[in-house]
Design a protein around this ligand. Structure first.
Ligand code: ACO
Length: 399
C-alpha cells in the first residue's frame, strides 16, 4: 500500500481502522467465533460440547497443543501442573506491600510481573521447551496467587496448595478453608467453576489477548506479557464487566426500577453492563450455558435474589427496539457474576476469576504468535493529523 503514490512526496496508502474493528492482526488456528450465528469453537470443538463433557485442564491442553489429550497425556499434563502450584515464598513480601483492601486485580497484574523476576530463563522465548516450562508454571500458579490475593483482602492466613485435590478443588481449598483441615469443596460448585473456567479460557483476538500478543511480540517474557494482558482484562469494558454487572443489578435494587433504568440507558446516560459485544451480534453462546449453570448452583447455594432483576432486564431489553436494532444481547459477563456472588466471592474478585482461565488463552495466543514466522513486533501506524513543520518559539515570544 505504501508504494501506491501519486507522486514521490505522497505518503502512499494506509488502512485506517480505529479500534481494529475490521483488521485481522494474525492468522490463528485456536478459536473460532462466528458472531452472527453465535458460534464459539476451540480448535474446532463446539463450546457447548466442551462445557458438557470436558474439564478445564483438558481444554487447556487442547487450546495450547492443538488436540485433545489421550489418557496418559492428560495424566502427565495434570501432574505437571500440580507439581508447580507452589510459589516462591518471597512473593508474599510483594503481597504484603499492597493495601489489604486494594483491588485484587491490581495485585494480580503486579504479582504476575513480579513473577518474571524469579525466572530469568523465561526470557528465552524463542526456545519451545522453555516456553512450555513457563506455560505450565503460569497455569499452575495462577490459582495460588489469586487465592492469596483473596485471603490478603480478607486478612486471613494464606493456605498452601494441596496437590491431592484437582485444579479447581485445590483453588477452592486455598480460598475457603478455615482453621479446620476438613474443608471439602462442594462437587456441584467445583464443577460449575470448572465449566466457567472452560467458557472463559479463550476468545480469539480480544483486547487482553491482543495485549498479550503485542507485548509478547517484543520478545518480552511470558509473565510480563500476561501482566499486560491482565491489565487489559481489568477494564470495565472487558473482564471487569462481570463486576460492573453486579454493581448495576444492586443499584437497580428491584424489578420495579428496571423501566427507569432502561430509559437511562436509551438516553445514553449509562450502558447496560453485560450486554453487547464487538463480535457477537447474536446471543453469546457462553451466556446461554452460564444461565443454565446458574440454576444448578442456586440449587446448592439458594437463589441469588438479583437473578429476578437480571432475567427481567434481559426480557425487557430483548423486546426493545433500541437493543434489538443494535443487536445487543447478553454476553458472558451478564450471568457469571450472579454465580460468583452466590458462591461467596466479593465483586472485586470477579475479574480475577476471569483471569485465571483466560491465562490459558493468552498463553496459547502468545505461543502461536512466537511460532508464526510472519509475526513481527506489533507496530501499528497512524494517520498524522497534527501541525505542519514549524520553528521553535522562544519562551519570551510566546505571549
Ligand atoms: N448498553 C447500551 N448501549 C450499548 C451497549 C450497552 N451495553 N453496547 C453497545 N451499545 C450501543 C452503543 O451506544 C452504540 O449505539 P449507537 O450506534 O447508537 O451509538 C452501539 O450499541 C454500538 O456500540 P459500540 O460501543 O460501537 O460497540 P463496540 O463493539 O465498540 O463495544 C462493548 C462492545 C465494549 C462490549 C459494548 O457493547 C459495551 O460497552 N458493553 C457493556 C460492557 C460489557 O458488557 N463488556 C463485556 C464484553 S464481553 C468481554 O469483554 C468479556
Amino acid at each position: 500500500f505504501r508504494g501506491i503514490k501519486v507522486d514521490d512526496d505522497d505518503f502512499g496508502l494506509m488502512l485506517y481502522d480505529p479500534a481494529f474493528k475490521n483488521t485481522a492482526s494474525c492468522r490463528s488456528a485456536i478459536t473460532l467465533i462466528d458472531g452472527d450465528k453465535g458460534i464459539l469453537r476451540y480448535r474446532g470443538y463446539p463450546i457447548e460440547q466442551l462445557a458438557e463433557q470436558s474439564t478445564f485442564l483438558e481444554v487447556a491442553y487442547l487450546l495450547l497443543w492443538g488436540e485433545l489429550p489421550n489418557e496418559s497425556e492428560l495424566a502427565e499434563w495434570s501432574d505437571q501442573i500440580t507439581n508447580h502450584t507452589y510459589v516462591h515464598q518471597y512473593l508474599i513480601r510483594g503481597m504484603e506491600g499492597f493495601k489489604w483492601d486494594a483491588h485484587a486485580m491490581g495485585k494480580m497484574v503486579s504479582l504476575l510481573g513480579t513473577l518474571s523476576t524469579f525466572y530469568e530463563d523465561s526470557k528465552q522465548v524463542r526456545d519451545a521447551s522453555v516456553r512450555r516450562e513457563h506455560i505450565i508454571k503460569i497455569i499452575a500458579k495462577m490459582p495460588t496467587i489469586a487465592a492469596w490475593c483473596f485471603r490478603h483482602m480478607q486478612g486471613r492466613p494464606y493456605i498452601y496448595p494441596d496437590n491431592e485435590l484437582g485444579y479447581v478443588g485445590n483453588f477452592m481449598n486455598m480460598l475457603f478453608r478455615m482453621a479446620e483441615p476438613s474443608y471439602k469443596p462442594n462437587p456441584v460448585i467445583a464443577r460449575a467453576l470448572d465449566v466457567l473456567f472452560i467458557l472463559h479460557a479463550d476468545h480469539e483476538q480480544n483486547c487482553s489477548a491482543s495485549a498479550a500478543r503485542a507485548v509478547g511480540s517484543a520478545e518480552t517474557d511470558p509473565y510480563c506479557s500476561l501482566a499486560a494482558a491482565s491489565a487489559a482484562l481489568y477494564g470495565p469494558l472487558h473482564g471487569g464487566a462481570n463486576e460492573a454487572v453486579l454493581r448495576m443489578l444492586r443499584e437497580i435494587g428491584n424489578v420495579g426500577n428496571i423501566p427507569g433504568f432502561i430509559e437511562g440507558v436509551k438516553n445514553r446516560e449509562r450502558r447496560l453492563m453485560g450486554f453487547g459485544h464487538r463480535v457477537y451480534k447474536n446471543y453469546d453462546p457462553r451466556a446461554r450455558i452460564i444461565k443454565g449453570l446458574a440454576h444448578e448452583v442456586f440449587a446448592v447455594t439458594g437463589k441469588n435474589p438479583l437473578l429476578d432483576i437480571a432475567l427481567e432486564l434481559e426480557k425487557i431489553a430483548l423486546d426493545d427496539d433500541f437493543f434489538v436494532s443494535r443487536k445487543l444481547y447478553p454476553n458472558v459477563d451478564f450471568y457469571s457474576g450472579l454465580i460468583y456472588q452466590s458462591i461467596g466471592f466479593p465483586v472485586e474478585f470477579f475479574p480475577v476469576l476471569f483471569a485465571i482461565p483466560r491465562a490459558v488463552g493468552w498463553l496459547a495466543q502468545w505461543q502461536e504468535m512466537l511460532s508464526d514466522a510472519e509475526q513481527k513486533i506489533a507496530r501499528p501506524r497512524q494517520i498524522y493529523v497534527g501541525a505542519d513543520k514549524r520553528d521553535y518559539v522562544p519562551m519570551s515570544e510566546r505571549g
